[in-house]
Design a protein around this ligand. Sequence first.
Ligand code: ADP
Ligand code: ADP
Length: 210
Amino acid sequence: MDLILLGAPGAGKGTQGSRLAETLGIPKVATGDILRESVREKTPLGLKAKEYMDAGELVPDEVILGLVHDALASPAAENGVIFDGFPRNVKQAEDLGRILEKAGRRVDGVIVLEVPDDAIVERMSGRRTDPDTGLVYHVVHNPPPAEVAGRVIQRADDHEDTVRHRLKVYAEQTAPLISFYEREGAVVSRVDGTREINEVQAEILRVLRP
Ligand code: ADP
Ligand code: ADP
């Protein structure tokens, strides 16, 4: 089963994607996580991506497509994946369609996490990530356990100005994917992402397994 988690930055894609991956037993492919790892390791790809990420702009499509190609070639991905943060524009969505089609697969579902902009800014300022596991926490809504709290980090692009710019990029380039997939006849489910994390998770499972 190939699923796409769609939603503004901070809508909860990473949080729900990790939980869904565990529940469904299929891997999560988070292009943002892959990029941040390349930045940390200072690979040529990471060095190229960093300036776009710091500015809150999208990294060029050909870079992203290469990453997704590699991720889908892994044996772990053969029964499907959960895409978090990809596709981000219509070009990426069209390319994904072609890649999946070659493998006899298709987008089986699109989950749209809906959260208004004001809530997003508050979420991003409190977001912390465990660099060892990649798990995402929030200082108020989902505090890290004591043994993890000492090592969590704040993302460089989670400051208010960059967040506001990323929201604009989302509205202009990514939100049109909702109608793109509706036109394609994919199953698109809108989920209220403002509710408590466990309630959002339960709602996603309800729409996937009616
Ligand atoms: P968030 O979870 O806040 O939406 P991501 O971790 O998905 O953020 O992405 C962080 C940054 O990485 C984006 O602002 C963008 O620069 C880059 N990025 C991630 N995924 C993509 C993608 N599919 N296409 C282009 N750029 C991407
Ligand atoms: P995305 O991957 O869409 O950018 P994240 O999963 O990283 O979003 O979540 C952004 C921040 O909001 C994190 O600090 C996370 O702990 C917090 N968060 C996620 N879901 C909820 C929720 N339902 N209610 C409150 N905070 C949440």
